[in-house]
Design a protein around this ligand. Structure first.
Ligand SMILES: Cc1cc2nc3c(=O)[nH]c(=O)nc-3n(C[C@H](O)[C@H](O)[C@H](O)COP(=O)(O)OP(=O)(O)OC[C@H]3O[C@@H](n4cnc5c(N)ncnc54)[C@H](O)[C@@H]3O)c2cc1C
Ligand code: SF4
Length: 316
């Protein structure tokens, strides 16, 4: 690990300003992703600003009947929160499908959204990777791509976003609240938060340098049956090959987002109109334009079958 300096932030605005003005500075929250990447020298921050004292660890109702989840709420606390379990069950289920109990006790809401890809070539510093080293190429294209993306990919990167929680937040129409280095605040819809790779796969989100996530807000509950199915190589402690987050209403209408297929949680609102017609119709709209490799083409029928299982469970 490269040497680095460390301070603890005392206010969100000061933390954002400090990261923006300090060369090579990064925030650290639970550290469950960042520290692993530092040990491998994939991330080499010169200075860490620890945000854990910022008191952003509350879950509270909003005036319009929604929910505001502090950036530092731990994954365990969020999954077990009474309101989340009752009104946003897909979120609780997605969190419990991720990582392990020990990791969820440390991992935070913001850190989970910003965790980096699990592409094996990103982790191997002997391999070309445009995300790790812009302009160096992509060893995954034509390489081992079983876990990687099938849609929204580019000639520069075919990585997927690994978060389970983010897929549920996308289906719930969440927004990410932030404070920028100049103290200004803003709210970014989840639909716009994670970027597709394009020619700049190292730029993964809409965040500006130094911008700190302070919370995630959820609109008021929409009812329905909340489901999250994750398909993976092991039954625990493994990232999704594909996952399906869904909220299905009694009349068969609803919302669907898919994980493990793209650089961001994948949702196509127009395809949801086909939910009453069944999984095949929805999957074909969701995955129109997919460009799988020969190693991960299995993900396309797997999405359809998993969605069919979700819809069957919703019918009861
Ligand atoms: C073995 C293992 C298995 C896992 N399995 C799964 C899984 O199945 N599903 C899944 O979804 N996840 C899984 N994870 C990932 C885990 O969920 C993430 O590591 C965790 O959520 C990251 O949260 P953190 O608070 O520790 O983030 P950190 O490691 O502290 O930070 C991650 C990134 O977020 C930035 N950051 C942190 N807080 C803020 C903030 N408030 N504003 C702006 N930037 C910020 C940091 O600078 C850093 O770049 C696994 C992890 C491990 C190690
Ligand atoms: S798919 Fe993306 S993360 Fe993986 S090697 Fe290619 S550029 Fe790097």
């Amino acid at each position: 690990m490269k040497p680095f300096t460390y301070t603890r932030a005392t206010s969100p605005a000061e933390a954002a300003a400090a990261v923006a003005r300090t060369p090579g500075a990064k925030f650290i929250a639970g550290g469950t992703n960042l520290l692993d990447l530092m040990k491998l020298q994939i991330e080499t921050p010169a200075h860490l600003i620890d945000v854990q004292d910022l008191k952003l660890d509350r879950i509270e109702k909003t005036k319009d009947g929604g929910l505001r989840i502090g950036a530092l709420v731990k994954n365990t606390a969020l999954a077990s929160d009474e309101t989340v379990r009752r009104d946003y069950g897909v979120l609780s289920r997605s969190l419990l499908a991720g990582a392990s109990g020990q990791l969820r006790n440390k991992a935070t809401t913001a850190g989970n959204l910003l965790q980096r890809t699990r592409c094996p070539y990103f982790y191997d510093t002997n391999q070309a990777c445009n995300k790790r080293k812009p302009g160096s190429g992509c060893a995954a294209i034509g390489g081992f791509s079983r876990q990687l993306g099938v849609i929204g990919t580019s000639d520069a990167c075919i990585a997927t976003h690994p978060s389970d929680m983010a897929v549920a937040m996308r289906v719930l129409d969440a927004s990410v609240e932030t404070v920028k280095a100049d103290g200004a605040t803003r709210s970014i819809p989840m639909a716009d938060f994670h970027r597709l790779p394009g020619n700049t796969p190292h730029i993964e989100t809409a965040l500006m340098p130094g911008e700190l996530i302070t919370a995630v807000t959820l609109p008021k509950p929409i009812g329905g049956m909340h489901l999250y199915h994750k398909v993976r190589d092991r039954s625990s402690y493994a990232f999704a090959l594909i996952s399906v987050a869904a909220v299905v209403q009694q009349d068969g209408t609803g919302r669907v987002a898919v994980g493990g297929v793209a650089h961001r949680p994948w949702r196509v609102e127009a395809a949801e109109a086909d939910l009453p017609r069944g999984a095949r119709a929805v999957a074909s709209g969701l995955l129109a334009g997919a460009k799988p490799s020969h190693e991960n083409a299995f993900k396309l029928p797997l999405v359809e079958r998993t969605l069919a299982a979700v819809l069957a469970e919703a019918k009861g």
